[in-house]
Every structure is written in C-alpha cells, then in structure tokens.
Design a binder for this molecule. Structure first.
Ligand code: ADP
Ligand code: MG
Length: 471
C-alpha cells in the first residue's frame, strides 16, 4: 500500500492520469482508465488495480505500453506496471458512487409497439427510455426494401424470421459488404414483429453497443442485470459482429448469451461483413456455432437492382428523374446502395434549388466527386486473368493462336468484356490478345452477344465475371 504521505507518487499518478485523459479522450478515459487505482510503487514496479478481469485484460492489451512510458517519464525509477484485479468486496469498502452518465452515442431504447403505430415515414421515434437496445430507423422496413438477385435469399430469410410463428433457423446469419442492406433488413424484421406481435420482446443492437453495455455492467458490478436483459428476449439481433473479433471477453459473454437463448428456442439474427468461416479473431466454437442456422449472403448490387432501387427512391423523394439519368447513375455508381441514395439526394437537392429538371449533364456536374471515386479503371489484363481463372485455361491462351473451342470461347468472352467494361478501341483490344485484328474482336463481341441470348449458362457466367470485375 502507498503511504498516505507518499504524496510525490500520488502527484505523479495524477499527472499520468491527466496525460491519459488528454491522449485517449474523455470517453475512453472514463470507461477504462479512471477506474484504475494506484496501490503501490515498489522496487520500480507500479501496481494498479481494476475491478474486473475484463478490464484488466483490456487495459493491459490497450494501454499498458502507454502507461509504462508515461510513468517512467514522471518517475525514472519505474520499470514495470502490474495490473491486478481488486475484488468487488475490497472495493465496496472504499465505495465509489456508481453514478453513470450515459456516454454520447450510447445505447438508446426503441420504444414499443405504440411508437410504431404512430410513426409516419420520417417520424422520429421517442428517444431513450433507458432500456437496452439500439434505435430503429423508421425508413428501414420491408416495404422500402427493393429485392433483386443479389439480396433475394437474405430478404426471404429475413421475412421468414419476421413472419414465422416458430423459429425457422437459428441463428439467421446475414453477411455482405458495407452499405448493402444488412442493417435495413434487421430493422425491417424488428418493425414487422413489433407491429404484428407487440407482446414479443425484440432487442436490436450493434455488437459495439453490446460490448459497451457489457463492459459497463462489469464495471458497475451489474452483470446480473445485464444477463437479465436478455433472459426474456424473444428475438435478439446483433449487428456487425465482426466488431467482436479479437475481443475475447465480450465474445465469451456473447457466446454465453447466444447459447442460453438458442437453448430456450429464441430467435437470433446476426450480421457481419464476412461469413462465419472468414471472420478472423473469432473463437472456433463461436465460429462454428454461428454457422449452424441459415447463412445468407448479400452480394454486391447488379445493374438491374441499382435501377430498381433508384426508381423506388426517386419516387419516395417525389422527384422526377428521367430514365436516362437513372440508367446513367446505375451504370456509374456501383459501390453500394448508400452511395446511390446519396447521389439521388444530391441531385434532388440541386434540382429543387436551381428549379431545373435533372439531366445527365447536371447529374455529372453535381456528382463529379462521387463519379470519380466509382470510376475504377478495369484493365484488359485483369479481365483476361479473371476469365482465364473462371474457365480454367492458362493466361497464355488469351494470346495464343490455339483455336480449340475450349480456349477460343473464353477468349471471346474476355474480348467481349473488354469492349463492355473498358474504353479501349477494338484495335487496342486486338493487340492485347496476341496481336489479333480488330475484325476478330468485332466478331467475338457479336458472337458472344448472340450466344448470351440463347445460352443462359453463358449469360450467367458473364454476369458473374462482370460483377467480380466491377467490385
Ligand atoms: P449495411 O448495414 O449492409 O452496411 P444498410 O442496411 O445500412 O447497409 O444500407 C445502406 C443504405 O442503403 C440504407 O439507407 C438502406 O436503406 C439502403 N438499402 C440497402 N439495400 C437496399 C435495398 N435493397 N432496397 C432499398 N434500400 C436499400
Ligand atoms: Mg449496417
């Protein structure tokens, strides 16, 4: 223990804390660093105490180095830092009041059924009631979700979960890249269930909030209440679980909650940016358990889906956008749905400001930065490589004179895609295919167009290749 009069060391500790607060910010400081207490400084070792194992691990893996550096800056004799867990009892003796201010962006509650009934599109839900859940976006409903090939499985599965009276598969695991509609589908499930079965308890929250809540519970020795929150849940949805990768203690708690709910036959819906097997930093048992139910991926958007989404959203915004402009946007903005929406919003704002109808020229002008960012140049080599891989032929066959169908057809597909996806001219393309003539390329393009119309397999192959190349 520190001597009461060891005020020099206490002053050093106060300065270290001040620096930590400056460096890591108020929120992190309050959550992780403020609870540290200084026990002693003995033979060059600073001993700090924290209330829980979780906090000890967290502080050790995230702040230890910095603590050591700051301490030795204050006191040259300090060589090492040790962090111990101080039992709750010992702490209660020196009780620190457990007044918690909810931090910014902290969990907010979703109000129950009456809010849903009252909510007009665009209405905000009543704010925080101190309950334990994330906020639902009133726009994210099934009605507003445009279904297409890339998301039809995920959509059907989400609908099934929302409508089923018995748990159809557990968990439903939705995964896909950013901005493709995972959160939208989860909120849609929540809205649907709340409207139809208001007595059911639904919790939606991001994995990050889950962790935050858990950590807070641990810190204020309230893990019982934390667990209690989940005990009576009928439907638990955790968004973006990739956030838990590498966060072992939270993962463990999540796993515990997960298993308890599955055992009670409660529905769980999970989202992530990768499939369970591709999530690195996830415990093996967790990874395999997540894949037990239905795993549904959302693919990158296709041109057709983008058209559909743009039309729907333009209608919702009440702006008239000529089909040519919609096509232009669907063609140019391929990244994700969020950017498509952003583009439309900007066009709409611009049109209402200048009071002129939307044209391709104005769209181009208003969106030049967005268009540039989406303007990824696809190269002929890239196309050749992908196509060769896809049809299991050698890259050299793209340039070779071999005319066997097994290599000639893929080569034609590659030429066709080069014409579609790059601004290169026919002679330029021909040169990159072993110095072929531009008429050969033209012939290939025609041939593939013809075949696409009659051969759905080939057509699908080409779509797939295009999608892979465009994303
Ligand atoms: P994710 O969670 O996968 O990153 P979001 O669910 O947040 O993506 O979707 C991003 C935006 O795109 C949201 O505004 C959402 O409403 C919209 N969106 C995504 N997919 C669709 C779709 N199929 N139909 C209509 N809107 C969509
Ligand atoms: Mg999301």
């Amino acid at each position: 223990m520190l001597d009461r009069d060891d005020s020099a060391v206490q002053a050093q500790w106060a300065r270290v804390r001040g620096r930590l607060r400056e460096e890591f910010g108020e929120a992190a400081f309050r959550t992780w660093l403020k609870p540290l207490t200084l026990k002693e400084l003995n033979s060059g070792v600073v001993r700090l105490a924290v209330p829980t194992r979780f906090m000890r691990d967290w502080v050790a893996s995230n702040y230890l180095d910095r603590l050591r550096v700051l301490w030795s800056g204050e006191n040259g004799s300090v060589r090492a830092i040790e962090i111990a867990i101080e039992s709750a009892l010992a702490r209660a003796a020196s009780a620190e009041p457990a007044a918690v201010e909810p931090p910014d962006g902290g969990p907010a509650s979703v109000d129950a059924a009456e809010a849903v009934e009252a909510a007009e599109p665009g209405d905000e839900l009543p704010a925080d009631r101190g309950d334990f859940a994330g906020r639902l976006d009133p726009r994210f409903t099934f009605e507003n979700f445009v279904v297409g090939k890339p998301n039809e499985l995920a959509h059907a599965a989400a609908r099934r979960v929302a409508e089923a009276s018995a748990v159809p598969f557990n968990p439903l695991f939705l995964y896909g890249g950013v901005g493709l509609g995972k959160t939208h589908l989860m909120h849609a499930i929540a809205w649907h269930v709340r409207r139809r079965e208001p007595q059911k308890r639904v919790i939606y929250l991001s994995a990050e909030k889950f962790m935050f809540q858990f950590v807070k519970a641990v810190r204020y020795k309230d893990t019982m209440a934390f667990k209690e929150q989940f005990r009576s849940v009928d439907l638990l949805m955790i968004d973006d679980v990739q956030f838990l990768c590498g966060k072992d203690s939270t993962q463990e708690e999540f796993f515990y909650t997960f298993n308890a709910l599955v055992d009670q036959n409660r529905q769980i819906v999970i989202s992530a940016d990768k499939s369970p097997s591709d999530l690195e930093g996830l415990e093996e048992r967790m990874r395999s358990r997540l894949g037990w139910g239905l795993v549904a991926d959302i693919h990158p958007t296709t041109y057709e889906l983008r058209l559909g989404i743009l039309q729907t959203k333009a209608e919702q915004l009440g702006i008239s956008v000529p089909i040519k402009v919609i096509e232009f946007l669907a063609h140019k903005i391929t990244s994700n749905v969020r950017e498509l929406e952003g583009a439309l919003n900007r066009i709409s704002a611009h049109a209402s400001l200048v009071g002129r109808p939307v044209t391709i020229d104005t769209a181009q002008e208003v969106l030049h930065d967005l268009l540039r960012a989406n303007d990824r140049r696809i190269t002929i080599e890239e196309i050749q490589k992908r196509v060769a891989e896809h049809f299991s032929i050698r890259m050299a066959d793209m340039h070779s004179a071999r005319r066997a169908r097994a290599v000639a057809r893929p080569r034609q597909v590659a030429m066709y895609l080069c014409k579609q996806l790059t601004p290169r001219s026919l002679p330029e393309i021909g040169r990159k295919f072993g110095g072929r003539d531009h008429t050969t390329v033209m012939h290939a393009v025609r041939k593939i167009e013809e075949l696409r119309a009659s051969d759905p397999n080939l057509s699908e192959d080409i779509e797939l290749l295009r999608r892979m190349l465009e994303t």
